[in-house]
Design a protein around this ligand. Sequence first.
Ligand code: SF4
Ligand code: SF4
Length: 192
Amino acid sequence: MESLSGRSKQVVNKELTFKERIYLPAILGGMWITLKHFFMKKTTIKYPEVKREFAESYRGLHVLKKDENGAERCTACGLCALTCPAEAITMTAAERKNGEEGLFREEKYAAVYEINMLRCIFCGLCEEACPKEAIFLTNEELTPANYDRGDFIYGKDKLVEPQHHPIGKIRGGGPLNQRNYHPYGKGLVTLS
Ligand code: SF4
Ligand code: SF4
């Protein structure tokens, strides 16, 4: 039957030649390709032991910044959550009490701040929306793999930088080099 597009081809059940029937040339050809790649420069790396450097513009894990006095900058205004296209951010605001000025910069702060890393698309809009320069996506870390969905909800224990780093060259100032991964995958633990 004529095809409508006129591009159809008749399938021919061609007889295998003797060379094709003994398979040996094809096997040797395959082995030659494998052997050739054995001596070529490798394009793969042994991640996570070896890590590639990220581009400066890369958007990786988030960090909640502290100011130069070590107080959290976030004022729980909710703009990051509002702007997030993936609805990945949730928070609970609280009022700062007397004596907590060293902990929280503003009178209102985020008592709970969570990012669902399974929803996050690392677009960086939260960073751009923040009026307090409190949240940044660093270019140093990826979200580590895990077996439990609950472990992808990152709370303040994982997000707040352990100590103030100036907002600088690397987005957010590069505090993540002070975070240590638990060697056997129970998420991030932060240095106190
Ligand atoms: S990077 Fe984008 S998707 Fe991820 S939390 Fe920020 S705004 Fe939401
Ligand atoms: S991180 Fe910034 S935008 Fe988000 S709640 Fe805190 S101050 Fe507001």
